[in-house]
Structures are given as C-alpha cells and as structure tokens.
Design a binder for this molecule. Structure first.
Ligand code: BMA
Length: 825
C-alpha cells in the first residue's frame, strides 16, 4: 500500500499544475480498491483492472450495472512548491460526472452536481507547501435522482422508454448515459476535461467572447473578456489579432469584471461553411498577466431568416449574405464510455461528415456539450453547429434551485463557446415541449406542465439574448416559432420539423413526399450495424435478428421487426444473415435518399436537412450512417451523393417523373445531362440529353419523363457532366420496388492499382449489378459505393484510409468483399 501511495505521488513544480494522472480508486462498500487515470471514467479503470467484462459484448450491460450503483472515491496526493502555495489559487475541474463532494486535505471544499458546469474552486490559503490530498467522493446518481423526484411537489415523468435509470431529469448529466433508443445504459462516473491547480497574479480569465459587425470591406469586433479577480487592483489584459494589439493595464474590482475592447479588421478574409469557400481563422491571443490563451476566430456574418412568406414562414441560414442549404445529420456523444471520446476518434467522425458533403451537424439535446477541441475542429472543417441545450424528450423541474443551476450551466457554456464561427444557433431543447403530449401525467395536467416548461424555456431564451445577442435562440427542436407550441412533427409550413412517420409509424418511403418541411431537423431509418461490427459483440450462434444478443443491441422496441418487414415490402427476402445485414443498409440508404432528394428539390422552400443520426455510441442497430468505430455504412455513401453540391433527381408525381437539378455550390454551373432508360440486360436507350444552367436560388425543373418512356423491367439512369465532358454525378430511379425486377446473376470482378493519390479499385460487371459495394478490413472508405454497375462500363474507385491506416494493396485485396443485390437471394 505504502509503495503504491508513493507511486501515485508526483512532484510537480509549475505555475499551473496539471493534476491529471493516476489516482487511487476505491469502493469501500465493496472492499474494492485500485487505480484510475484521470481525466477518465470508472468503467475504463475497471476494464483495465480486469474487474469487468467488455460492456459492449453480448448482454454484458447487465453484468456491469453494479458499477453505477456503487459509491466511488478517487484520491491522489500531489506536491506543491512553497512559492506556488502562496498565491491566489483556483482548483479547476472542468467536468465532474457528476454528484460529488470534493475534499482538499480532508476538508470538504465543494459539492458538484452538474456535469455541464466547470467548477473553478477558490482554494487560496487551502493549499499547503508540500504534500496535499485531493479526494472526490461520488454519490450514487440514481439514488439522488429518486430522492429529488420524491421531494418534488408534483410528479414529473421521465423517458422510461429510453432510459433505464429513473428521474434523470432531476440531475444535470448526459441523458443518454442512462440509455436511449440507440444507447446502452452505463451511467459513467468520472472526471473528464481539465483537472488543474492554477495560480493567478490577481485574476483568472473566465471567457472571451467576440461580437462581429460586418461592413463593406471591414469587420468591427467587440471583445468581451470576463475576469475573476481575487482582490481589487490592476491587471494587464491584452488581445492580439491580425497584427493589432489592444488593451493594457486595467483597474479591476474584486469578483467578476467585464472588460471590453474594440478592433477593426480591414479587408477580412471571410470564413465559409464547407462547400462554399475557405475557412480562414484568425488567432486571437489573450494575455492576462502573462497567462495566455489562443482562440481561433472565423469572420463571417451569420443570420437566420425566419420571416413571413407566401407559404407561412421561412427558416434559413444566411452566411455572408448567401442563403445556404444546410445538409448534414444529428450528432450524439461519440462513445458511451467517456474516456474513449478522444480527439482522434472525433476528428475521424467529423472528417467523414465533411467527406459526405455535410455543412451542418446538430448537437442533440440528450447528449452533452462537447470539449473545446470539438468546436475547433468544426471551425476548421466548416461544419456549422445547430446546438441544442441539454434537455431532451421529457419535462424538467423548474424550482429555483434547479433553475439556478441551469442558469450557471447555460451562461458558462454560451460564454465558453460563442466565439466559435461554427456555432450557428442555440436551441432550447430536443422535443421537450412536444413530450408534454406523451406522458399520462403531463396530459392529465397540461396547464401545470406548460407553465413549468415555460419557466425553463424563458430562462434559456433570456440567457442567449443577454450573453450572445448575435445568435438566434430557437425554443425547441422541433418548434414552429416564438411561443408557438403547435405540432412540429406534422406542420410543414414553418419552423423546423421532425418527421418520423416513416420509421415510427411504418409508412412507406414514398410517404416522405407527402410533406415539404422548411427545415427537416430529424428523420431517420434504421439498419443493422455492419457485419464486422456485429462480429465484435456476438458469438456465431447469436447472428440471427431475433437472438437475445441481437435484440439487446437494438434499443427501439420492434426495431428489428421493422427492418425485416420493410425488407419484404421493397426486396426479395435475403438468403442469409450477412445478406440481410447488407440489405438493411441498402434500404436505410434508399429511405433517406427518398426524403432528401424530394425535400432538396423543393428549394428554396426547404433549406435544411439533418437526418437522424450520423454516429453510434456503441455497436448497435440504429439510424446512424457511420458504424460505432466510424466505418461508413451504405447510407453514408449515399449521403455523399445526395448532399453533393450538384444533384439531379427524379421525382415521381401524378403526371410521370420530373427531373430536377439543384446547385448548392458557391457558383452557378453549366452541365450536360443525359437521361437513359436501362433494362435488366444492361441495354441502354438514350431518352433525352440537354445542356442546362443551374443557378443557386432554387431547384430547377429540367425535364419530364413520362411513365410510358420506361418499359416494364426498365429503370431510369441520369448522368451529368461538366461542359468538358467530365462526369460529375450519376443517379438512378426505379419506378417500382426492386423486388419486382428479375435481376441477372452478375459477376463483378475487381482489380487494384496504385493510383497517384493512393490505392484504386476498378470494378467491372458482366451484367447489371445494383447497390454494388466494395468492403475491406483496413480502415478507410471508397470514393463511392452502393451504386449501379452496368456491363461494359467499369468504375474506378479510390480508397481513402482513415485514422492513419496505410494498407498495402495486398491487405486490401486479401480482405476485399463485394456485395450487390442479386447476390442477396
Ligand atoms: C428523435 C430523437 C431521439 C431519438 C430518435 C429516434 O426524436 O430526438 O430522441 O433517438 O428520435 O427515435
């Protein structure tokens, strides 16, 4: 024991001591003790100690449930040099998960209770020269949640359909830690982010916010710096940006001070969302008494245009004066085990978002505020963020103590993040107002719950108005607008819309064409996770859609049945498990393609499409387009095509098929479009060829194809090229479900070559092959997949490795697997 204590003790001599590292971890109730690395979580520590099995394998979730029912204590000793112990000292814990008592040298110095608050604890005079002990004793969250719910004057229901732990709406902790309809319940415990002892000369910087006022040829910036001062006096505060330094000595009072500076940047290099231009970032270096911090600032004018129009109300994002269609998906936390949410993992996911032509992600309200580096990456990649505040799918309390805690949380988060160019909008919550129609308690007394809701919602709105007046506050997702509590799941003339009738109500894919949202912020269709991911959590005998393990890795009641039933509607039933997994991803892709192609074709009516959801939190059947681990599911390949800047689509209507073209790139385009009828033998019959100009303002109707133009067994192929004849894109349209076509037995052959930019794979087929997909084991994605391959028309794909993989051609060839539709039955 003494030896381990010695090993845990580190001598650090610095002005800011990073207290991260090895701590002791113990559960006195269970007589357990070991170690934990912080920042980190208890599950990771127990996995390292061999104390718990992999929670993601099989049905291990239940076997590890004891972990969150146990009170844990972590502790470390650290040495502080005498000169450091003298100063003004702050102990910063940027994310404690979640309810804990913090002891310094045995004295309780704070009680944490909100995972989303950075605790800056004044420990001046409490730190000793020499050895100190930091102890964090965690409470059992479900017990606290229950006690709070019991004490509340009226019952507030919680999302029991999603969460395995009751009353989590009484605790400020990531809601999906308790499970969701795609999530495992682990209820992690830990300390994430910074754990640091900071010494200040007189003050510490709290936040720097940047207001941008754009004029022709210049931007005026207002910099608002908040400093916390330990005593009244003078601080030196300077900012440097674009070669200009402002500020100097400033008199400050004890407590919080707000200091403003103004600066003009001439001939600014403007920041654009992905696909519209570059993402230049200016370094803003802040120096407070020698302590420096750098923030990257993207200069752009951001507006949301929500105003009456001939339909009802517009809902669109305008950047630097340009109305831009928002395309992307919803983001959930990257892992159910917080230690695994590393910059490397997240950067890989965000790069895949960018590679699929996204320009927006919605950080969803049942998850978490992400670390600073997440938003830095989004700034760099041009990914705008629709940011929910962390409330989701259930009512929340509105007593003074709860609201005071929320006020601290939201104020701090907005001040922390508002300088990021990527943050586009603050949204009050996910589906909270709508959820008042779901629960017996809320339905029985809607007046009470509406008043309760309004107290929270009003607080959130006012914080945004006060703290970040240049950002739009949107009350909820979905919402119809200011104090408009109508049905955002079905009204498509204003606000943002969640359209779930196809998945949750088993309507056909074509049903997506019955609504025309102004901004579709959620809609999704599930698939199974890819075969190699299924192999990671199953034994061979589990690989059956209704096995207990596969059902455990499906969190939406009836989800696997819905996938299979849909398959019968559109496809012939697959012959084996692996084929079924593949086909589930094909049909997921088709569902979302149907929605997005139609809604995009209504531009400028619809100016946003964010499907549910880009990523997975653990290996599971879900609506995601990336597997857990970041591998591309087929939907992600289709997204890359249906979100391409220039997209040509075929939309059936009562009079035939209308061909529409959309250009969401930065400049108008001149293209040549060929429309071709193709039969199952691969015989091609040109129907129409035309040169067209695609402007930016709206979708253009390019042509009509009559139903009769396509004989039985034929489908429509669209190909568009630039005026030099270079192929830009392809699309196809099947007038009937695929099960009605008699597919030829195609053989697809493959040849690898080393291209200038990396490995290339050429695929060639002896007959028409559909949804042709190449998969390899090394991490990476192909330039395309899930496409139609006609005989005599080889297609060459490039392979982009992910996460530093550098596979040789042999590695790729040896693991190559090619799938297509005819092979599935
Ligand atoms: C939406 C989301 C999530 C959920 C998804 C799928 O409404 O907000 O709550 O995971 O539906 O059901």
């Amino acid at each position: 024991m003494a030896e381990r204590r010695a090993a845990l003790q580190e001598v650090i001599d610095y002005k800011a001591l990073d207290l991260g590292g090895r701590f002791s971890l113990s559960a006195p109730e269970r007589g357990w003790s070991g170690e934990i690395t912080l920042p980190g979580d208890v599950h990771t520590a127990l996995l390292e100690a061999g104390e718990i099995p992999d929670p993601y394998f099989g049905q291990n979730e239940d076997a590890v449930a004891w972990v969150y029912k146990t009170p844990w204590t972590i502790e470390r000793r650290f040495d502080v040099p005498a000169d450091m112990a003298q100063g003004y000292l702050t102990l910063t814990l940027s994310e404690v998960d979640c309810i804990a008592t913090v002891f310094l040298n045995g004295e309780a110095i704070a009680q944490t209770q909100n995972q989303f608050i950075r605790y800056d604890l004044d420990v001046t005079g409490k730190i000793r020269a020499g050895e100190n002990t930091l102890t964090i004793a965690f409470a059992v969250v479900p017990d606290v949640a229950k006690a709070r719910a019991d004490a509340h004057p009226f019952p507030i229901p919680y999302a029991a359909m999603n969460q395995k732990v009751a009353h989590l709406n009484f605790v400020r902790k990531t809601a999906c830690h308790a499970g969701w309809d795609w999530g495992i319940c682990l209820m992690p415990v830990g300390v994430y982010g910074r754990i640091e002892l900071r010494r200040s000369a007189l003050a510490r910087a709290e936040s720097v916010q940047v207001e941008q006022h754009h004029h022709k040829g210049r931007v005026n910036l207002v910099l608002r710096t908040r400093v916390h001062t330990f005593d009244s006096g003078t601080v030196s505060l300077t900012h440097t940006i674009d070669g200009q330094t402002l500020g100097g000595n400033t008199a400050v009072d004890k407590g919080e001070n707000l200091i403003e500076h103004r600066v003009t940047i001439d001939s600014p290099k403007l920041w654009w969302p992905a696909g519209q231009g570059d993402q230049p970032l200016y370094d803003l270096v802040t120096d407070l008494d020698g302590e420096t911090a750098t923030r990257k600032i993207g200069l752009r004018k951001l507006e949301w245009i929500v105003e009456a129009d001939e339909i009802d109300h517009s809902f669109k994002c305008r950047i630097n004066g340009r109305d831009i269609t928002m395309m992307g998906a919803n983001w959930i936390p990257a892992d159910a085990i917080p230690s695994r949410i590393t910059p490397e993992v997240v950067e890989d996911l965000l790069k895949s978002a960018r590679a699929a032509n996204y320009n927006m992600l919605r950080v969803w309200g049942g998850g978490q505020y992400e670390p600073d580096w997440f938003y830095d990456l989004c700034d760099q990649m041009g990914l705008l963020i629709w940011h929910d505040f962390m409330f989701s799918c259930m009512p929340y309390p509105s007593d003074r103590a709860f609201l005071a805690d929320v006020q601290a949380e939201i104020t701090q988060q907005v001040r922390r993040l508002s300088h990021h160019a990527s943050i586009a909008l603050w949204c009050g919550d996910n589906e909270v107002i709508g959820s008042l129609n779901w629960y017996p308690e809320t339905k029985a007394n809607r007046d009470r719950h509406l008043a309760n809701y309004d107290r929270l919602s009003k607080l959130l709105a006012e914080i945004v108005e006060d703290e970040d007046p240049q950002r739009r506050f949107w009350p909820s997702s979905p919402s119809l607008g200011y104090l408009d509590f109508a049905d955002g799941w079905h009204i498509d003339t204003r606000g943002d819309m969640h359209f779930w009738d196809v998945w949750h109500s088993a309507k056909p894919f074509e049903h997506y064409r019955t609504v025309q949202p102004r901004f579709a912020s959620e809609f999704g269709f599930q698939s199974f996770t890819s075969m190699n991911v299924i192999e990671s959590f199953t034994q061979a005998s589990d690989r059956n859609p209704s096995s207990p393990v596969m059902e455990t890795h499906q969190r939406n009641d009836g989800g696997n049945a819905r996938i299979l039933e849909t398959m019968c509607r559109y496809f012939r039933f697959p012959k084996g498990f692996e084929e079924m997994v593949f086909l589930s991803q094909v049909q997921q892709g088709l569902a979302i393609k149907t929605a997005i192609e139609f809604w995009r074709s209504t531009k400028p009516r619809c100016m946003g499409m964010l499907y549910w959801q880009i990523n997975d939190i653990w290996p599971v059947a879900s609506w995601s387009s990336l597997d857990y681990g970041g591998q591309w599911k087929l939907l992600h390949y289709l997204a890359r095509r249906f979100f391409a800047p220039i997209s040509i689509v075929a939309i059936p209507d009562d009079n035939g098929i209308v061909i529409k073209g959309m250009n969401d790139g930065p400049t108008p385009a001149e293209i040549t479009l060929d429309m071709i009828a193709v039969d199952m033998e691969g015989v091609v019959k040109p129907l129409h060829g035309l040169d067209v100009s695609l402007g930016l303002e709206s979708a253009s109707e390019l042509a009509r194809v009559s139903r009769e133009a396509l004989a039985d067994g034929q489908f429509l192929m669209l190909e568009w090229r630039d005026r030099n004849g270079a192929l830009i894109g392809r699309n196809d349209f099947f007038p009937r479900a695929h099960k009605y076509y008699d597919l030829p037995a195609a053989t697809v052959s493959a040849r690898w070559a080393q291209g200038v930019n990396g490995p290339e794979l050429t695929l060639q087929s002896d007959a028409c092959a559909f949804f042709v997909t190449a998969q390899v084991e090394p991490m990476g994605y192909f330039s395309d997949n899930c496409f139609t391959l006609l005989p005599g028309r080889p297609v060459t794909l490039s392979f982009s490795p992910r996460r530093g993989a550098a596979p040789g051609l042999d590695d790729l060839q040896n693991s190559l697997r090619i799938s297509h539709l005819a092979e599935t039955y």
